[in-house]
Write a protein that binds this ligand. Structure first.
Ligand code: HSE
Length: 427
Protein backbone atom coordinates (compact mmCIF):
# COMPACT_ATOMS: atom_id res chain seq x y z
CA UNK A 1 0.00 0.00 0.00
CA UNK A 2 1.64 3.25 -1.05
CA UNK A 3 -0.15 5.73 1.22
CA UNK A 4 0.29 5.89 5.00
CA UNK A 5 -1.99 7.96 7.24
CA UNK A 6 -0.37 8.89 10.54
CA UNK A 7 -2.53 9.32 13.61
CA UNK A 8 -1.76 11.28 16.75
CA UNK A 9 -3.85 10.14 19.72
CA UNK A 10 -4.57 12.71 22.42
CA UNK A 11 -5.11 10.29 25.29
CA UNK A 12 -4.69 6.56 25.62
CA UNK A 13 -7.15 5.57 28.35
CA UNK A 14 -9.87 2.93 28.04
CA UNK A 15 -11.28 4.27 24.78
CA UNK A 16 -7.87 5.15 23.33
CA UNK A 17 -6.54 1.67 24.09
CA UNK A 18 -9.64 0.00 22.62
CA UNK A 19 -9.23 2.07 19.44
CA UNK A 20 -5.50 1.36 19.27
CA UNK A 21 -6.18 -2.38 19.63
CA UNK A 22 -8.96 -2.31 17.03
CA UNK A 23 -6.73 -0.53 14.49
CA UNK A 24 -3.99 -3.08 15.15
CA UNK A 25 -6.20 -6.21 15.21
CA UNK A 26 -8.11 -5.28 12.06
CA UNK A 27 -5.27 -3.49 10.31
CA UNK A 28 -5.71 -5.31 6.98
CA UNK A 29 -9.44 -4.77 6.73
CA UNK A 30 -9.11 -1.12 7.80
CA UNK A 31 -6.27 -0.47 5.33
CA UNK A 32 -8.33 -1.98 2.54
CA UNK A 33 -11.33 0.20 3.40
CA UNK A 34 -9.23 3.34 3.87
CA UNK A 35 -7.05 2.81 0.82
CA UNK A 36 -4.06 3.51 3.05
CA UNK A 37 -2.10 2.02 5.88
CA UNK A 38 -3.33 3.52 9.15
CA UNK A 39 -0.55 3.96 11.67
CA UNK A 40 -0.76 5.32 15.22
CA UNK A 41 2.41 7.40 15.12
CA UNK A 42 2.16 9.17 18.47
CA UNK A 43 0.02 9.03 21.59
CA UNK A 44 -0.14 11.69 24.28
CA UNK A 45 -0.15 10.19 27.78
CA UNK A 46 0.43 11.54 31.31
CA UNK A 47 3.28 9.16 32.11
CA UNK A 48 5.22 7.81 29.15
CA UNK A 49 7.38 5.62 31.38
CA UNK A 50 4.42 3.51 32.50
CA UNK A 51 4.43 0.22 30.59
CA UNK A 52 1.33 -0.41 28.45
CA UNK A 53 1.06 -4.00 27.25
CA UNK A 54 0.72 -4.27 23.48
CA UNK A 55 1.57 -0.60 22.86
CA UNK A 56 4.82 0.34 21.14
CA UNK A 57 6.66 2.47 23.74
CA UNK A 58 8.24 4.58 21.03
CA UNK A 59 4.92 6.25 20.16
CA UNK A 60 4.29 7.59 23.68
CA UNK A 61 4.84 11.25 24.43
CA UNK A 62 3.98 13.60 27.28
CA UNK A 63 4.08 16.68 25.05
CA UNK A 64 1.09 17.78 23.01
CA UNK A 65 3.50 19.71 20.75
CA UNK A 66 4.95 16.40 19.57
CA UNK A 67 1.57 15.78 17.94
CA UNK A 68 0.11 19.18 17.03
CA UNK A 69 3.51 20.49 15.90
CA UNK A 70 4.44 17.45 13.83
CA UNK A 71 3.69 18.02 10.14
CA UNK A 72 3.77 14.26 9.54
CA UNK A 73 0.62 13.71 11.66
CA UNK A 74 -2.44 13.66 9.36
CA UNK A 75 -5.26 12.98 11.81
CA UNK A 76 -5.56 13.96 15.48
CA UNK A 77 -7.72 11.54 17.45
CA UNK A 78 -8.97 13.50 20.46
CA UNK A 79 -9.73 11.25 23.43
CA UNK A 80 -9.14 13.57 26.37
CA UNK A 81 -12.85 14.21 26.93
CA UNK A 82 -14.19 17.26 28.77
CA UNK A 83 -14.49 20.81 27.46
CA UNK A 84 -10.91 22.04 27.87
CA UNK A 85 -8.18 21.70 26.82
CA UNK A 86 -9.82 19.36 24.30
CA UNK A 87 -11.76 22.09 22.44
CA UNK A 88 -8.79 24.43 22.05
CA UNK A 89 -6.49 21.61 20.95
CA UNK A 90 -9.00 20.41 18.34
CA UNK A 91 -9.52 23.94 17.02
CA UNK A 92 -5.77 24.44 16.77
CA UNK A 93 -5.24 21.12 14.99
CA UNK A 94 -8.02 21.92 12.49
CA UNK A 95 -6.72 25.42 11.78
CA UNK A 96 -3.29 23.96 11.08
CA UNK A 97 -4.81 21.63 8.51
CA UNK A 98 -4.93 18.39 10.50
CA UNK A 99 -8.14 16.38 10.39
CA UNK A 100 -9.69 15.59 13.77
CA UNK A 101 -11.69 12.62 15.01
CA UNK A 102 -13.34 12.87 18.42
CA UNK A 103 -15.78 11.20 20.80
CA UNK A 104 -16.20 14.40 22.81
CA UNK A 105 -19.90 15.25 23.29
CA UNK A 106 -19.15 18.18 25.58
CA UNK A 107 -16.86 19.92 23.08
CA UNK A 108 -19.35 19.34 20.24
CA UNK A 109 -22.42 20.36 22.24
CA UNK A 110 -20.84 23.54 23.59
CA UNK A 111 -18.49 24.60 20.76
CA UNK A 112 -19.76 23.12 17.49
CA UNK A 113 -19.78 26.46 15.65
CA UNK A 114 -16.22 27.31 16.69
CA UNK A 115 -14.97 23.84 15.72
CA UNK A 116 -16.77 23.86 12.36
CA UNK A 117 -15.33 27.32 11.70
CA UNK A 118 -11.81 26.05 12.49
CA UNK A 119 -12.44 23.13 10.13
CA UNK A 120 -13.34 25.57 7.33
CA UNK A 121 -10.40 27.84 8.07
CA UNK A 122 -7.86 25.02 8.02
CA UNK A 123 -9.52 23.07 5.22
CA UNK A 124 -9.44 20.04 7.50
CA UNK A 125 -12.26 17.63 8.31
CA UNK A 126 -13.79 17.06 11.74
CA UNK A 127 -15.58 13.77 12.44
CA UNK A 128 -17.53 13.05 15.62
CA UNK A 129 -19.66 9.94 15.12
CA UNK A 130 -18.68 8.57 18.54
CA UNK A 131 -19.85 11.70 20.40
CA UNK A 132 -23.48 10.55 20.58
CA UNK A 133 -24.75 7.04 21.30
CA UNK A 134 -21.21 5.57 20.94
CA UNK A 135 -21.67 2.60 18.61
CA UNK A 136 -24.87 3.69 16.82
CA UNK A 137 -24.02 5.40 13.50
CA UNK A 138 -26.59 8.14 14.08
CA UNK A 139 -24.47 11.15 13.10
CA UNK A 140 -23.69 9.61 9.72
CA UNK A 141 -27.34 8.69 9.23
CA UNK A 142 -28.51 12.23 9.95
CA UNK A 143 -25.83 13.84 7.79
CA UNK A 144 -25.82 11.46 4.83
CA UNK A 145 -28.55 8.85 4.98
CA UNK A 146 -31.38 11.35 5.36
CA UNK A 147 -30.22 14.18 3.13
CA UNK A 148 -33.42 14.06 1.06
CA UNK A 149 -35.60 14.30 4.17
CA UNK A 150 -36.92 17.05 6.40
CA UNK A 151 -36.80 15.77 9.95
CA UNK A 152 -39.82 16.52 12.13
CA UNK A 153 -38.72 14.88 15.33
CA UNK A 154 -35.70 13.18 16.92
CA UNK A 155 -36.22 11.35 20.20
CA UNK A 156 -33.86 9.15 22.06
CA UNK A 157 -32.83 7.20 25.05
CA UNK A 158 -29.34 8.67 25.02
CA UNK A 159 -28.07 7.84 28.48
CA UNK A 160 -27.31 4.27 29.46
CA UNK A 161 -26.86 4.91 33.18
CA UNK A 162 -30.36 6.30 33.66
CA UNK A 163 -31.89 3.66 31.41
CA UNK A 164 -30.21 0.96 33.48
CA UNK A 165 -31.55 2.54 36.71
CA UNK A 166 -35.12 2.90 35.37
CA UNK A 167 -35.08 -0.70 34.06
CA UNK A 168 -33.90 -2.05 37.42
CA UNK A 169 -36.58 -0.03 39.23
CA UNK A 170 -39.22 -1.43 36.88
CA UNK A 171 -38.01 -5.05 37.00
CA UNK A 172 -37.53 -5.24 40.74
CA UNK A 173 -40.00 -2.67 42.05
CA UNK A 174 -37.32 -0.93 44.10
CA UNK A 175 -36.68 2.78 44.63
CA UNK A 176 -34.32 5.14 42.80
CA UNK A 177 -31.84 5.66 45.66
CA UNK A 178 -31.41 1.94 46.26
CA UNK A 179 -30.80 1.15 42.58
CA UNK A 180 -28.40 4.08 42.15
CA UNK A 181 -26.32 2.98 45.16
CA UNK A 182 -26.16 -0.55 43.80
CA UNK A 183 -25.27 0.66 40.28
CA UNK A 184 -22.42 2.71 41.77
CA UNK A 185 -21.18 -0.30 43.74
CA UNK A 186 -21.18 -2.40 40.55
CA UNK A 187 -19.46 0.34 38.53
CA UNK A 188 -22.49 0.92 36.24
CA UNK A 189 -22.93 4.47 37.52
CA UNK A 190 -20.21 7.09 38.07
CA UNK A 191 -19.21 7.99 41.65
CA UNK A 192 -20.63 11.43 40.78
CA UNK A 193 -23.66 10.51 38.66
CA UNK A 194 -25.18 14.00 38.56
CA UNK A 195 -24.62 14.69 34.85
CA UNK A 196 -26.35 11.41 33.98
CA UNK A 197 -29.22 11.38 36.50
CA UNK A 198 -30.03 15.08 36.18
CA UNK A 199 -30.32 14.73 32.42
CA UNK A 200 -27.39 16.96 31.38
CA UNK A 201 -25.57 14.16 29.54
CA UNK A 202 -28.72 13.57 27.46
CA UNK A 203 -29.07 17.33 26.90
CA UNK A 204 -25.55 17.50 25.41
CA UNK A 205 -26.35 14.63 23.09
CA UNK A 206 -29.78 15.83 21.93
CA UNK A 207 -28.36 19.29 21.23
CA UNK A 208 -25.76 17.73 18.89
CA UNK A 209 -28.40 15.60 17.13
CA UNK A 210 -30.81 18.55 16.89
CA UNK A 211 -28.13 20.83 15.43
CA UNK A 212 -27.54 18.31 12.62
CA UNK A 213 -31.17 17.33 12.09
CA UNK A 214 -32.49 20.90 11.94
CA UNK A 215 -29.40 22.79 10.68
CA UNK A 216 -29.53 25.13 13.63
CA UNK A 217 -26.99 25.64 16.39
CA UNK A 218 -28.62 24.21 19.52
CA UNK A 219 -27.06 24.69 22.92
CA UNK A 220 -27.56 22.35 25.91
CA UNK A 221 -28.61 25.40 27.94
CA UNK A 222 -31.64 25.69 25.63
CA UNK A 223 -32.86 22.19 26.49
CA UNK A 224 -35.68 21.98 29.10
CA UNK A 225 -34.05 19.43 31.30
CA UNK A 226 -35.37 17.19 34.07
CA UNK A 227 -33.60 14.03 35.14
CA UNK A 228 -34.79 10.89 36.86
CA UNK A 229 -34.12 11.82 40.48
CA UNK A 230 -37.82 12.37 41.18
CA UNK A 231 -39.10 9.24 39.45
CA UNK A 232 -40.79 7.11 42.08
CA UNK A 233 -41.24 3.33 41.95
CA UNK A 234 -44.98 4.06 42.35
CA UNK A 235 -45.03 5.98 39.05
CA UNK A 236 -43.31 3.11 37.29
CA UNK A 237 -45.89 0.68 38.70
CA UNK A 238 -48.86 2.90 37.73
CA UNK A 239 -47.40 3.53 34.29
CA UNK A 240 -47.12 -0.20 33.74
CA UNK A 241 -50.73 -0.74 34.89
CA UNK A 242 -51.92 1.72 32.26
CA UNK A 243 -49.76 0.25 29.48
CA UNK A 244 -46.68 2.48 29.61
CA UNK A 245 -42.98 2.36 30.51
CA UNK A 246 -41.09 5.34 31.93
CA UNK A 247 -37.91 6.29 30.07
CA UNK A 248 -35.65 9.36 30.16
CA UNK A 249 -36.48 10.69 26.71
CA UNK A 250 -34.47 13.40 24.96
CA UNK A 251 -36.65 15.21 22.43
CA UNK A 252 -36.07 17.64 19.57
CA UNK A 253 -39.31 18.46 17.79
CA UNK A 254 -40.18 20.93 15.09
CA UNK A 255 -43.56 22.45 15.94
CA UNK A 256 -45.46 25.40 14.56
CA UNK A 257 -43.37 28.41 15.50
CA UNK A 258 -40.07 26.69 16.09
CA UNK A 259 -38.03 23.94 17.62
CA UNK A 260 -38.62 22.44 21.06
CA UNK A 261 -35.79 20.73 22.95
CA UNK A 262 -36.35 18.73 26.10
CA UNK A 263 -35.04 15.91 28.28
CA UNK A 264 -37.70 14.54 30.59
CA UNK A 265 -38.85 11.31 32.23
CA UNK A 266 -41.64 10.29 29.86
CA UNK A 267 -44.35 7.64 29.71
CA UNK A 268 -44.12 5.79 26.40
CA UNK A 269 -46.40 2.98 25.20
CA UNK A 270 -45.24 -0.39 26.52
CA UNK A 271 -45.76 -1.94 23.10
CA UNK A 272 -43.44 0.54 21.34
CA UNK A 273 -39.94 -0.89 20.63
CA UNK A 274 -38.39 2.02 22.53
CA UNK A 275 -40.05 0.78 25.74
CA UNK A 276 -38.03 -2.43 25.37
CA UNK A 277 -34.63 -0.75 25.20
CA UNK A 278 -33.09 -2.38 28.25
CA UNK A 279 -30.15 -1.89 30.57
CA UNK A 280 -27.42 0.44 29.36
CA UNK A 281 -28.49 0.48 25.70
CA UNK A 282 -29.37 3.58 23.67
CA UNK A 283 -32.00 4.15 21.03
CA UNK A 284 -32.93 6.93 18.63
CA UNK A 285 -36.36 7.33 17.05
CA UNK A 286 -36.77 9.66 14.08
CA UNK A 287 -39.70 10.99 12.08
CA UNK A 288 -38.83 12.28 8.62
CA UNK A 289 -41.04 13.32 5.73
CA UNK A 290 -39.84 10.96 3.01
CA UNK A 291 -38.73 7.81 4.79
CA UNK A 292 -41.28 7.96 7.63
CA UNK A 293 -40.36 6.54 11.04
CA UNK A 294 -36.89 5.13 11.77
CA UNK A 295 -35.44 3.60 14.88
CA UNK A 296 -31.83 2.88 15.83
CA UNK A 297 -30.74 0.69 18.72
CA UNK A 298 -27.37 -0.30 20.15
CA UNK A 299 -24.64 0.16 22.72
CA UNK A 300 -24.43 3.81 23.71
CA UNK A 301 -21.27 3.59 25.76
CA UNK A 302 -18.22 1.43 26.35
CA UNK A 303 -14.73 1.28 24.83
CA UNK A 304 -15.48 -1.21 22.04
CA UNK A 305 -18.64 0.49 20.82
CA UNK A 306 -16.93 3.88 20.89
CA UNK A 307 -13.83 2.49 19.14
CA UNK A 308 -16.08 1.08 16.40
CA UNK A 309 -17.34 4.58 15.55
CA UNK A 310 -13.93 6.23 15.95
CA UNK A 311 -12.40 3.70 13.54
CA UNK A 312 -15.18 4.35 11.00
CA UNK A 313 -14.43 8.08 11.15
CA UNK A 314 -10.68 7.45 10.78
CA UNK A 315 -11.32 5.30 7.69
CA UNK A 316 -13.63 7.94 6.24
CA UNK A 317 -11.13 10.77 6.76
CA UNK A 318 -8.23 8.69 5.45
CA UNK A 319 -10.21 7.78 2.33
CA UNK A 320 -11.46 11.27 1.55
CA UNK A 321 -9.30 13.83 3.34
CA UNK A 322 -10.43 16.61 1.03
CA UNK A 323 -14.20 16.10 1.32
CA UNK A 324 -14.63 19.11 3.56
CA UNK A 325 -18.12 19.07 4.99
CA UNK A 326 -18.66 21.00 8.23
CA UNK A 327 -22.43 21.37 8.72
CA UNK A 328 -23.98 24.78 8.19
CA UNK A 329 -25.58 25.83 11.46
CA UNK A 330 -27.90 28.74 10.79
CA UNK A 331 -30.18 30.39 13.29
CA UNK A 332 -33.23 30.70 11.05
CA UNK A 333 -35.44 28.23 12.88
CA UNK A 334 -36.54 29.88 16.13
CA UNK A 335 -36.09 27.95 19.31
CA UNK A 336 -39.21 27.65 21.46
CA UNK A 337 -38.60 28.75 25.04
CA UNK A 338 -38.49 26.39 28.02
CA UNK A 339 -42.01 25.65 29.22
CA UNK A 340 -43.53 25.60 25.75
CA UNK A 341 -43.99 21.87 25.22
CA UNK A 342 -47.39 20.72 24.05
CA UNK A 343 -48.54 17.24 24.94
CA UNK A 344 -50.37 14.76 27.11
CA UNK A 345 -49.57 14.33 30.77
CA UNK A 346 -49.85 11.77 33.51
CA UNK A 347 -50.72 13.26 36.90
CA UNK A 348 -50.62 11.58 40.29
CA UNK A 349 -52.46 13.48 43.01
CA UNK A 350 -53.23 12.78 46.63
CA UNK A 351 -56.58 14.02 47.90
CA UNK A 352 -58.80 13.74 50.95
CA UNK A 353 -61.58 11.26 50.17
CA UNK A 354 -64.53 13.63 50.52
CA UNK A 355 -67.44 14.88 48.41
CA UNK A 356 -66.61 17.28 45.61
CA UNK A 357 -62.83 16.79 45.49
CA UNK A 358 -62.75 15.18 42.06
CA UNK A 359 -65.08 17.92 40.85
CA UNK A 360 -62.66 20.59 42.06
CA UNK A 361 -59.74 18.97 40.25
CA UNK A 362 -61.71 18.55 37.03
CA UNK A 363 -63.01 22.14 37.21
CA UNK A 364 -59.52 23.62 37.51
CA UNK A 365 -58.09 21.48 34.71
CA UNK A 366 -61.08 22.33 32.51
CA UNK A 367 -60.77 26.05 33.25
CA UNK A 368 -57.20 25.99 31.94
CA UNK A 369 -58.17 24.04 28.83
CA UNK A 370 -56.66 20.75 30.01
CA UNK A 371 -59.04 17.97 29.09
CA UNK A 372 -59.06 14.71 31.06
CA UNK A 373 -58.72 11.55 29.00
CA UNK A 374 -58.92 9.01 31.84
CA UNK A 375 -59.25 9.37 35.60
CA UNK A 376 -58.82 6.60 38.15
CA UNK A 377 -59.07 6.80 41.91
CA UNK A 378 -57.92 4.35 44.53
CA UNK A 379 -57.89 4.43 48.30
CA UNK A 380 -54.61 4.66 50.20
CA UNK A 381 -54.17 2.83 53.53
CA UNK A 382 -54.34 6.20 55.37
CA UNK A 383 -57.84 6.83 54.03
CA UNK A 384 -56.83 9.43 51.43
CA UNK A 385 -57.48 8.95 47.74
CA UNK A 386 -54.83 8.66 45.07
CA UNK A 387 -56.06 10.17 41.81
CA UNK A 388 -54.39 9.16 38.56
CA UNK A 389 -55.15 11.30 35.53
CA UNK A 390 -54.10 11.03 31.89
CA UNK A 391 -54.85 14.27 30.04
CA UNK A 392 -55.36 15.06 26.39
CA UNK A 393 -52.85 17.32 24.65
CA UNK A 394 -52.46 20.79 26.09
CA UNK A 395 -49.83 23.50 26.26
CA UNK A 396 -47.30 23.23 29.07
CA UNK A 397 -48.30 26.70 30.30
CA UNK A 398 -51.91 25.48 30.74
CA UNK A 399 -50.79 22.30 32.51
CA UNK A 400 -48.59 24.30 34.87
CA UNK A 401 -51.20 26.98 35.53
CA UNK A 402 -53.75 24.29 36.41
CA UNK A 403 -51.34 22.49 38.73
CA UNK A 404 -50.46 25.81 40.39
CA UNK A 405 -54.13 26.53 41.01
CA UNK A 406 -54.71 23.02 42.35
CA UNK A 407 -51.85 23.59 44.81
CA UNK A 408 -53.44 26.88 45.89
CA UNK A 409 -56.83 25.27 46.45
CA UNK A 410 -55.51 23.80 49.67
CA UNK A 411 -58.18 21.33 50.70
CA UNK A 412 -55.42 18.75 51.36
CA UNK A 413 -54.75 18.30 47.64
CA UNK A 414 -51.19 17.47 46.66
CA UNK A 415 -49.67 16.82 43.23
CA UNK A 416 -47.18 14.01 43.74
CA UNK A 417 -46.06 13.66 40.18
CA UNK A 418 -46.58 15.08 36.68
CA UNK A 419 -44.89 13.57 33.63
CA UNK A 420 -45.21 13.81 29.87
CA UNK A 421 -46.84 11.03 27.90
CA UNK A 422 -45.48 10.49 24.38
CA UNK A 423 -47.02 8.09 21.89
CA UNK A 424 -43.90 8.14 19.65
CA UNK A 425 -45.89 8.43 16.47
CA UNK A 426 -48.42 5.81 17.52
CA UNK A 427 -51.87 6.03 19.11
N1 HSE B 1 -22.51 8.41 30.83
C1 HSE B 1 -23.03 8.02 29.56
C2 HSE B 1 -24.18 7.04 29.73
C3 HSE B 1 -22.05 7.39 28.64
O1 HSE B 1 -24.47 6.60 30.84
O2 HSE B 1 -24.80 6.73 28.75
C4 HSE B 1 -21.13 8.35 28.00
O3 HSE B 1 -21.80 9.20 27.11
Amino acid sequence: MSRTIRLGFLGLGNIGSATYNLLRDKADRIAERAGAEIRVAKALVRDASRPRPGVDRGILTESVEDILGDPAIDIVVELLGGEEPATSLMARALRSGKAVVTANKLALALHARELFEASREGGARLAFEASVAAGIPIIRSLREGLSANSVAKVEGILNGTTNYILCQMAERGVGYAEVLAEAQRLGYAEPDPSSDVEGRDSAYKISILASLAFGRACSPSEVSCRGITEVDALDIAYARRFGYAIKLVALAERREGGLYLGVQPTLIPADHPMAHVGGPFNSVFLQADVVGDLMFYGPGAGPKATASSLAADIVDLAREPGALDPPELGSGLPLLPAGSRVGRRYLRLLAPDEPGILGKIATVLGAWGVSIQTLTQELCPDGRARVLIFTHEAAESSHEAALGEIARLGAGLETESAMWVDSLGGR
